[in-house]
Design a protein around this ligand. Structure first.
Ligand SMILES: C[S@@+](CC[C@H](N)C(=O)[O-])C[C@H]1O[C@@H](n2cnc3c(N)ncnc32)[C@H](O)[C@@H]1O
Length: 352
């Protein structure tokens, strides 16, 4: 694809997200098919060498150091359509270590593709799929919070005002976290028959999936106000929206750890992979941390008695070639050359 066509495809993809802000599930499907997978196909080698291969190597090293027994099971959260961590390259891959593999994703179609891909590897493992929203109602509520700000406002200034109490908005999204955890666990147990897993792999790359919602909010904001409001007002809206996204990511991370922990077999372990900061090559562009507080992850692990058995920081080279695109006439730097800092944690229950 030539540069001009690629650029306009990216622009169209961003615009298309704005129209889906009312549905978290549709938004995720659109994000995967119009943003994530086209990027994966374009930057396949770079992604493979800077992200997927190092993750697989780390997991293989851990699996080799443990004695696995017949019946061992793997839960893979958010594999997308191409299950990148179960690709069979090198010495047989990760999938051969398990007798049962459950793929869990919100996107039913992606799960079917992923299962189909795995079937080409001729594995002896039984592959189950579970279409489930790992955020319960929280992702949808994040969408609705942004939508409410846009709908109730006559001006961009009012949008920023609506989003200003970001801490209380985020807390209210997660106000019933314990009930939701119980419901999600029950739903998943109904699908799996209450199985518990030896290895749980969660790779919800793109900041725990709040990213698609943040992008949709920005598209909807620009569609409505780009021609009416000064740039500073739009920037103020985005800053307020970004803080809400970061706080959402923190709440979701805690919730997700609780869910994973509840699905873990005694002596099992969790592999958690997520991007913590988007860093542009151009120093003039501010980096974008996914979480608000530096110590958040360590505190969240400590309070759950989860200990880090191994940790690795990766540098995912996402977009190697930079260019600007315009969204409703406003330049956005999303596709300037950048990397993501990615944290990879191996977690196990601390012995009491
Ligand atoms: C950016 S893609 C990453 C896919 C794959 N892990 C990879 O690295 O290519 C994010 C994945 O998370 C899934 N996802 C997003 N929100 C989810 C949710 N709330 N529950 C379960 N899966 C979700 C999407 O459907 C998609 O497959």
């Amino acid at each position: 694809m030539n540069d001009v066509k690629f650029r306009s495809t990216k622009e169209d993809a961003l615009v298309s997200l704005g129209a889906l802000l009312s549905s978290y599930a549709d938004l995720q499907t659109q994000y995967t098919s119009r943003v994530h997978m086209p990027d994966f196909r374009t930057f396949s080698d770079t992604w493979e060498s800077s992200l997927y291969l190092p993750i697989r190597n780390e997991i293989t090293a851990v699996l080799k150091s443990r004695t696995f027994v017949v019946g061992d099971s793997l839960l893979y959260c958010a594999p997308g359509p191409h299950t990148p961590l179960l690709r069979n390259v090198g010495d047989g891959g990760i999938a051969v270590c398990f007798d049962t593999i459950t793929l869990l994703d919100i996107d039913d179609e992606a799960l079917r593709s992923a299962k189909q891909l795995l079937s080409l590897q001729d594995l002896s493992a039984k592959i189950d799929i579970a279409a489930l929203d790992l955020s319960g109602p929280f992702g949808q509520r994040l969408c609705e919070t942004y939508l409410a700000a846009l709908r109730s406002a006559e001006t961009a200034e009012q949008v920023a005002k609506h989003l200003a109490p970001a801490h209380s908005l985020a807390s209210s999204i997660f106000s019933d976290v314990e009930q939701v955890l119980a419901q999600l666990t029950e739903r998943f147990d109904t699908i799996t028959g209450g199985r518990r897993y030896n290895c749980l792999l969660s790779e919800m790359i793109a900041s725990f999936t709040g990213t698609a919602v943040w992008l949709a909010f920005r598209s909807a904001l620009y569609e409505r106000f780009a021609s009416k409001a000064p740039l500073e007002e739009l920037d103020a809206c985005l800053s307020a929206g970004t803080l809400l996204w970061q706080l959402y990511n923190e709440h979701f991370l805690s919730f997700h750890l609780d869910f994973l922990r509840g699905q873990t077999e005694r002596d099992g372990f969790i592999v958690l992979v997520f991007d913590t900061c988007k860093v542009y090559d151009l120093a003039a562009l501010s980096s974008l941390p996914a979480l608000r507080q530096d110590t958040f992850v360590l505190d969240a692990l400590k309070s759950r008695q989860l200990q880090i058995a191994r940790q690795k920081t990766l540098c995912w080279r996402d977009h190697p070639n930079g260019f600007d695109v315009n969204l409703y006439g406003i330049p956005v730097s999303d596709f300037q050359a950048h990397t993501h800092d990615v944290e990879l944690y191996f977690l196990e229950a601390a012995s009491s």
